[in-house]
Design a binder for this molecule. Sequence first.
Ligand code: NI
Length: 423
Amino acid sequence: MPACAAPAEGEEAGMVISALETMKMAVVPEIALESDSTDDGRFTVIGRGLKMHPDCQRARLSVWYRGDGTDKRIYEVSVSRNGSCRAQDSVAWHDHHFGSYHLQLSVVQDETEKTVAVSEVNLNARNYAYAQATDNTGSAVVLHVIRPCIGEQDARSVQAVVESSGKESDRIRVPLTRIDDQMWEATISSTSFALDGDYEARLYAGAVELADLNFRMIRPAPHKGAKAVALTFDDGPGRKTGKLIAQLKKYKSHATFFVVGKNASKYGVVLQTMKEAGCEIGNHSYDHPKLGNASAEEIEKQLGSTNDVIRKYTDREATLVRPPYGNIGASLRENAQAPLILWSIDTRDWETRDAEVTYDRVLKNAKDGDIILMHDIHAESVTAALKLIPELRKRGFELVTVSELAALKGVKLDNGASYRSLK
Ligand code: NI
């Protein structure tokens, strides 16, 4: 069992008080105060080298908390003729504040008190409390602090500061609640974090750090009923698409890229990266004509040649079509041979070319089941998406492909039918 109070370092513990020559009451050669503590948080102060003058009536020890000076306790101590004195505190340390305590030994003669030695002892909460993480089911982790030695004043703000280990800041604060005298607890949902992986938690009572611990949080795959949206990116790939895929990977997220064949043929490696990252590649025609009422041959040529490019680099074809300009007609419904995917949030990022506006439009409007339209050929849109991915994760959204969203929501996608959202 760790001790609540740590003995002060030897060199700091003892110090001789000056002006001995002015003191007629006691002769005090090389006096030192040593403090010691036991497992239950009690402490002993021992003075050595103290030689009491025969006229001295008594010695006493004062103890007070350095922080505010209000916690003063005074103990009478006896001093033996062989030069040592001993004081034992009968109050457990963990009823006190944590931090630095001031000890002062003085002798009294004729109602006059003179200080002969001072010392400090540090009461360190970290030596006493410990923390553990349990029930990490993948959807939540429960943090416990055991024997936290919390003073009444600090009990009002017991909290954990949790952040991801070795990654860019993904920090949250969680209040702990008192279970009993020995235990405080907090439950943290996995959706509180943008990232999966290793986390560090530091637990505080007020400004006092009680304990720390590490735990791992790995989210389960999105389950039916999860809050989810599909980010979709049209007209690419472009120069920044690789960066976007890396961000999606980092946050265990997926998106759907509705590529145009003309660009896809220039970015074969990027198509492979999309596939490896679990993203979906959709068909947005070869060179972006209106296809709603185009001839069957034109539709077949536009979609077929794009599929050829996608297949060349990924060994599979697109199963979803996004009509250029959202233009749908009877001919496309009949000849697309794929579900037609529209959108419920149009960022109009191509028009504003402003990362902040795009970011705000998505965050302000995103709801469960939304399909969000952006364009990865524009640098500003990628900038917005790089910020949106962690922020949407923090807000509890799963970021999934259109096909994954349909599966999550139990929606069967039919060829020739069009979809704006999946709920
Ligand atoms: Ni387009």
